[in-house]
Design a protein around this ligand. Structure first.
Ligand SMILES: Cc1cc2nc3c(=O)[nH]c(=O)nc-3n(C[C@H](O)[C@H](O)[C@H](O)COP(=O)(O)O)c2cc1C
Length: 186
């Protein structure tokens, strides 16, 4: 390989991963969280983020990345998405050591106002004691709900999205959150 080509490859890699090497793990029952995960991946820029479905991901996959994004919907009136309920057992201090972790979640504030995006809160409670650095909190303004397990200290502990009641707000929320994450992960 010529020197110029080697330099070119090195430059490209440096640029792609200057921010972080990010793994986005998602669980999605009807496909909405997957759709949003793809939008987040796109907002980061082509090769910066790998998408991993928690149905297929292994515990070792968690160790491959400097930064992790966990995306879940909420089901069963305040429960974690079904496949996440299985994969969350793989979240250990060993797997998350030295990593930055962010959360996003989908819910429906109109029909489940007492459990809005609780899944984010459930993952947060699982991850919080494990020693990872948590990033990506999000303001709770501009939503209408009664209670959420994802709300702590006056904000959501991750990006809350509502494809059922506020789909028109999703693109902008993603753009703003990803910009914030790029800075927090740099
Ligand atoms: C039976 C049922 C229960 C649900 N429970 C909740 C809930 O407790 N809290 C919430 O915010 N959303 C709840 N939702 C809304 C889903 O989280 C929402 O539709 C989400 O976009 C689904 O994403 P997914 O297809 O990726 O799983 C529920 C939806 C259904 C159909």
């Amino acid at each position: 390989m010529s020197r110029a080509l080697i330099d070119g490859v090195t430059d490209k890699k440096t640029k792609e991963y200057a921010m972080a090497n990010v793994g986005l793990f998602y669980g999605s029952t009807t496909g909405s969280t997957l759709k949003v995960a793809e939008q987040i991946q796109q907002a980061f820029g082509a090769d910066a983020v790998d998408l991993l479905d928690v149905r297929q991901a292994s515990p070792d996959d968690l160790k491959r990345y400097d930064a992790l994004i966990f995306g879940t919907s909420t089901w069963h009136w305040g429960g974690l998405q079904d496949e996440w309920a299985v994969f969350e057992d793989h979240l250990s201090a060993e797997a998350l050591a030295g990593k930055k972790v962010a959360f996003f979640g989908l819910g429906d504030q109109k029909h489940y106002p007492d459990h809005f995006v609780d899944g984010i809160g459930l993952l947060y409670e699982k991850v919080k004691p494990l020693g990872a650095q948590l990033v990506g909190t999000w303001p709770k303004d501009d939503y209408s709900y009664n209670a959420s397990a994802a709300e702590h200290n006056g904000h959501f502990v991750g990006l809350a999205l509502d494809e059922d009641s506020q789909p028109e707000k999703t693109p902008t929320r993603i753009q703003v959150w990803v910009q914030q994450l790029k800075e927090e992960l740099a």
